[in-house]
Design a protein around this ligand. Structure first.
Ligand code: COA
Length: 476
């Protein structure tokens, strides 16, 4: 009996060993065939960053303008898509001429949102222009637009029509609102910030609602749309068909404000103890209040003055009194007794005194520059954030090194700074190329993308479908 047991145990201990040998053999075979024979896709043997880009082979028909749509297509272009921007002859994207700083040159508004794209001018309401668009729809994978509701349909480019011309086409739109009472409204950044819950929860309790400098309505929604497009492309690999992608600006802003909807529901369970108004004994109403510079999480934080604040509007630092480093904070600011004093030692005990505690910490931060405070705090893991001005960000060498801030050369405006691709992929490295001049690639696209003959191109050009109406025609 004992012998039998021993035998069984021996066999059991041998089993996994055999499995390991089998797996190793399979791995060996796979490496030998580079994955091909085993049915797995090929593994590139090229060095990282030298085997195309993430979206190489994807062609985008870009009907976007202003900020939200262009943010999306610029990202896709950085990720390797061929983005063909269709612009109205003679005018182009309205932002080319908005907030102009160099006379006669495309504005920074336009150049900073349209890198790595090609521009073709087409009058989408001209019959010949419409024909060119049809041809482009056939050879593109995605149509992206952020016109006012109904504008694309008025061009004759309904979903049904596009889908008939190219069933694989993904049609992606930014709109201000999703279906509902406001679906027909035109919407800009701050409208979305207000309708998406950001403005009502930003600012100081005693002041009016505030909009933020971050373009969460426009650029934020462009980011959401880009994710929707990439997902639709992935699904198309399986289904073979395109689909509609909608990112409404109200929805995008609300998604970024989700912690505030969290707090709205928490109100039912009692006051929001991490909001400083709780410590100040001010009762909560029935909706989430503005919380000034309170930190959004459970760790109290505030913006504190640093040396030079009297003359420098950005000499401030965000300081978080994170519980695990409370002892280090007490030592740094010269209040070691607060580590053990029952009135200060626990986060709960500190809540009603946060204003006074931050005032004491501020006495300490005011003796140093924001960078000195950061250096000292970082050493002991106290989370702090210097308030960086745009000037400081523009001059920051580490951001230049990573390509997050880039210098771009442009034929009519010269050198300018831009924000590069904030998403870094190790095998799909973005170079930032200047934005196109209006209609710069019209001929190239007709010839190389649509394979039109010189005769056809001349005919289309003579029809007036690619150029602005002459002055007399306009007047008539
Ligand atoms: N050829 C001919 N006509 C063209 C054209 C082309 N290549 N490109 C655009 N147009 C026309 C459109 O067909 C439309 O004409 P129609 O209204 O007569 O049908 C017109 O130009 C303007 O489109 P529209 O989108 O209404 O521009 P707008 O300047 O009046 O409104 C917005 C701008 C941003 C408010 C609006 O587009 C919008 O609400 N977009 C959705 C939300 C959004 O993205 N907002 C944020 C922008 S950053």
């Amino acid at each position: 009996m004992a012998k039998k047991k021993q035998k069984k145990a021996k066999a059991a201990s041998r089993k996994p060993a055999r499995k390991v040998v089998k797996l190793a053999a399979a791995r060996k075979a796979k490496n030998k065939t580079n994955g091909k024979q085993s049915g797995l896709p090929r593994v590139s043997s090229k060095p990282y960053g030298q085997d195309g880009k993430a979206l190489t082979g994807v062609r985008i028909l870009d009907f976007t303008h202003v900020q939200s749509g262009p943010t999306c297509t610029q990202l896709l272009a950085w990720l390797g898509a061929d983005v063909i921007k269709v612009e109205r002859p003679g005018i182009g994207d309205i932002t080319r001429g908005q907030l102009v700083d160099v006379k006669g040159a495309d504005s920074l508004y336009f150049t900073m949102l349209n890198h790595n794209k090609r521009s073709i001018t087409i009058d989408s309401k001209h019959p010949q222009g419409k024909r060119v668009l049809d041809e482009l729809i056939k050879v593109c994978d995605v149509l992206v637009e952020n016109f006012a509701p109904g504008a694309l349909d008025r061009m004759g480019l309904t979903w049904e029509y596009i889908h008939k011309v190219n069933p694989r086409m993904i049609v992606a739109s930014v709109k201000g609102f999703g279906p509902g009472p406001y679906e027909d409204c035109k919407v800009y950044e701050n409208v979305a910030q207000c309708a998406g819950g950001s403005a009502s929860t930003t600012g100081f309790r005693e002041g009016p609602p505030l909009v933020t400098g971050a373009q969460i309505g426009d650029s934020g929604t462009g980011l959401h749309l880009a994710l929707g497009i990439v997902s639709a492309l992935y699904q198309r690999n399986r289904t073979g068909r395109g689909q509609k992608v909608l990112a409404a600006m109200q929805d995008g802003v609300l998604n970024l404000c989700r912690v505030k909807l969290r707090d709205q529901q928490r109100l039912k369970a009692g006051p929001l103890t991490e909001y400083s108004q709780y410590g100040e004994n001010i009762p909560f109403a029935d909706s989430v209040p503005r919380a000034g510079n309170d930190s959004g999480g459970g760790q109290p934080g505030w913006i504190l003055k640093c040396k030079g604040w009297e003359t420098d509007p950005d000499a401030y630092i965000y300081f978080i009194t994170q519980a695990p480093v409370w002892a280090e904070i007490c030592d740094l600011i010269g209040e070691p007794s607060w580590k053990t004093d029952a009135e200060y030692a626990t986060p709960r005990a500190r809540l009603p005194k946060l204003k006074a505690i931050f005032a004491r910490i501020e006495q300490w931060t005011m003796t140093m520059s924001k960078f000195e405070v950061m250096e000292i705090c970082n050493k002991v893991d106290i989370p702090v954030g210097p308030i960086l001005s745009m000037k400081e960000i523009a001059e920051e060498p580490s951001l230049r090194k990573t390509g997050t801030v880039v210098e771009v050369d442009h034929p009519t405006r010269g050198k300018y700074l831009s924000v590069g691709n904030p998403i870094k992929l190790s095998d799909s490295i973005s170079e930032v190329r200047r934005s196109p001049l209006l209609g710069e690639h019209t001929d190239e696209i007709l010839k190389d993308v649509l394979k039109l003959s010189s005769k056809d191109i001349t005919e289309i050009k003579n029809s007036g479908a690619l150029s602005a109406p002459k002055k007399e025609e306009k007047a008539a």
